[in-house]
Write a protein that binds this ligand. Sequence first.
Ligand code: DQA
Length: 149
Amino acid sequence: MMNILVLHGPNLNMLGVREPEVYGTDTLEDINRSLETAAAGRGIEMRIRQSNHEGVLVDEIQQALGWADGILINPGAYTHTSIALRDAIVAVGLPVVEVHLSDIHARETFRHHSYIEPVALRQICGHGSDSYRLGLEALIEHIGTGSEG
Ligand code: DQA
């Protein structure tokens, strides 16, 4: 068994409607369903949460301690601003994979820097909604390797 917390940050509840030319037409529901499908039958339990509030995301990360084996997170715009999210990740000490739909390095300069990247196993971006599935596989592989080794 493996428990994974999936966290979506601000404005990701508007996927499908929000700037489809940047983020694609998949809704958050579509993304969550594809993650559930990828996890199905593999002994993976997922807790999926979205919040527009930084403190709620911090709470979710803290509450993952003792339950989750890893965290898959798209911190949205908090990627570029939030020392609090980064500190929460370090505090719980769980493996984290950071994902973005868009290629943040090919966009405005203010999106190039991530406070999360230095404390994440990996940052996966630019694959649209597939970034999540790729991120999930990277996280599963890491957790699996850790528990066997
Ligand atoms: C995003 C990229 C961020 O820069 C932006 O603020 C988002 C979405 C992405 O998934 O591409 O809200 O995290």
